[in-house]
Ligand binder design. Sequence first.
Ligand code: SF4
Length: 220
Amino acid sequence: MQRLFYCVNVAKKFSTKCRDCDRLATFLSEQKKKYPAYFCKPVPAFGDRDAALTIVGLAPGLHGANASGRPFTGDYAGILLYETLYKFGFSTQPESTSADDNLQLNNARITNAVKCVPPQNKPTPAEIRTCNQYLQTELQQVKPDQVVLALGRIAHEAVLRGLNLRLKDYSFGHGAVHAIPEQFTLVDSYHCSRYNTQTRRLTVEQFEAVFAKIKQLLDE
Ligand code: SF4
């Protein structure tokens, strides 16, 4: 039996009214005053809950998902992601510009480890733990023959926490594939952030190689 890594959160149904993290709720209210047209609420997952591929990012970007209300939409972080999803048949369009641009995901779902935009794009460990209640619910919907792609170490660890697994049993590594017993296959990638792509920590070729692997896993 797996030893529990930390005090287990109870999985909860997501609500855009959640205010469980004081700092983030205050930040959202401040941003709404500053940018009245922005979504400025916890950002829900996008895509079919039965999707074969679930992608987990870090958190909404201030002028991206926090503005549009759709994960990875409206800022730089989504450019490579949606282009790649389109290339591999998971999206009907290569660009996600707004929540009403008619883009649809094919057999894919996108969510974040933390559903509210954090100041400086940095959620605290306590906020990541608190929001795990929602990621846990999303992970419970993933079937054993399906794949979860974690974008970055924080997303990778949030997935493990959502499954009550020990972090040291599944090390993060770009391109790593973890077959999680009685769960699903977890695949890791560096996050497709502006910083990672501009510094070439993550190249287009590396990111596409991860998707090629995912396609292969789903086809097997
Ligand atoms: S980050 Fe998650 S748990 Fe915290 S307030 Fe937002 S939705 Fe609620």
